[in-house]
Design a protein around this ligand. Sequence first.
Ligand code: HEC
Ligand code: HEC
Length: 348
Amino acid sequence: MKELKILAILALFTLVTYIGIEPFAHSQMSPLVANANFNYEQEDIDLAKVRIEEAKSVLKKAEDNLAKNTADENLKNAVESAKKDVEVRENDLTAYQELWAQADEIFALKGNPENGAEIFLMACASCHGLSSQGMESPFDAEMSSLSYGVVVPDLSLTGAVYDKKFLGALIVNPAQALKVSKKFNDENPLPMTQFFGFGEDLNQEVADIVAYLQSIAPQSVSDKEVFETACLRCHDIKYDALYSPTEKSALKGYMGSNPPDLSVMIRSRLADYLENFINDPQKKLDGTAMPRVGLTKERTEQVINYLEKVGDGKKDERIVIGIGMIIFFIVMAFFAYMWKEGVWRDLH
Ligand code: HEC
Ligand code: HEC
C-alpha cells in the first residue's frame, strides 16, 4: 500500500507541474493569443478590435500619469502619441471592414475564367510569370530583386494554395490584405500595385481573375511546392538545399530585416506557434516585417509538415522508441512486482 501512496504523490506532483506550472510559465514568457483562424475576415476584424482596446488602455494609463503631474512635457507627449495610436488602430479596423465587405461581394460572384485569362495578361503578367501556361516571368531574379526588393512569385499554383476570399482582397488592396499597410502607403507604395479594374464592374473582373487562377491550378500540391510558392521568395531552407532566388541585400532593404533560414524553425518554435504565426504574423509579433501570406488551413499544415520533415526528420523514430520504452518499463514493473511478491511469500 505504501508503494501505491508514493506513486500517487509522485503522479500528483508530475501532473501539477505538467498541467499547471509549465503552461503558466509559457503563457508568461510568450503571451497567449487566440487560436489560428483561417476565416481571415473575422481574424482581421477581431485582431483590429483587440489592438484598439490595447491602445486605449495605454492611453488611459498615460492620462492617469499626466493627471498626477500635469506640467510634465514627457507625460503630455506620451498622451498625444497614445491618442494617435488609438486613431491609427481605429482606422485600421475601418479599413479591414471595408476591404472584407468588398471581398465578400467578390466571393459571391461567379467568376469567368476565360475573361480572367485576358484580364490577367493585361493586369498581372507585366510582373508575374505563369510557367504552367508557358508564360515565363518577365524579369530574371536579379532584375526583380533590384526593382521590387523581392523576386515576384510565379502564380501557377496560386489558385490551389491561397484562400479564395483572401485572393480577392489581395488583388484590390495588397498592402491591407498582406497586413503591411503601416509601412507601405501612398508615399511608400508596396511593389505589388493595386488593381483598379478596366472600367467594367471591378468586383466582377477580380472574381474572373481568381476563377482563372483556380481553373489552371493543379488539384494536389506537395508540401514542398506549397513552401516554394508561398515562402521561398524570402526564406532559405539550407538543410534541403533550397535557397531563395531573391538577393539578400535587396530583400533586407525591402523588408527592413533579413528573413531567417527556416531549416530548424520547427524545433525552436514548435508546430502550434508556426500555425499561428503563418496565419497572422501580426498577432504573435505586433509590428513584425513578415507579411501575412493567406494560405488555406490545409496548405498551412502542409508547410508545417514540410518544415517538420526537414528540421525534425527523426520525430517518427523518436515516437516509436518512446512507446517501446514505455512498454518495456511496464513489463519490467510487472516482473519486478512478481519477484518481490515471490521473495516475501517465502519469508512469511
Ligand atoms: C507591379 C508589379 C505587380 C503587379 C502588376 C502584380 N503583382 Fe502580384 N506581386 C508583386 C510582388 C512584388 C509580389 C511579392 C510581394 C511580397 O512578397 O511582399 C507579389 C505577390 C503576389 C502574390 C502572393 C501574395 C502572397 O500572399 O504571398 C499573389 C497571389 C499575386 N501577387 C497576385 C497578383 C495578381 C492576381 C495580379 C494581377 C491582378 C498581380 N499580382 C499584379 C508584384 C506585382
Ligand atoms: C515577403 C517576404 C516573406 C514571405 C513570403 C514569408 N516570410 Fe516569413 N519572415 C519574413 C521576414 C522579413 C521575417 C522576419 C520578421 C521580423 O524580423 O520581424 C520572417 C520571419 C519568419 C519566421 C520567424 C518568426 C519568429 O518567431 O521569429 C517564421 C517562422 C516565418 N517567417 C515563416 C514563414 C513561412 C512558413 C512562410 C511561407 C508560408 C513565410 N514565412 C513567408 C518575410 C517573409
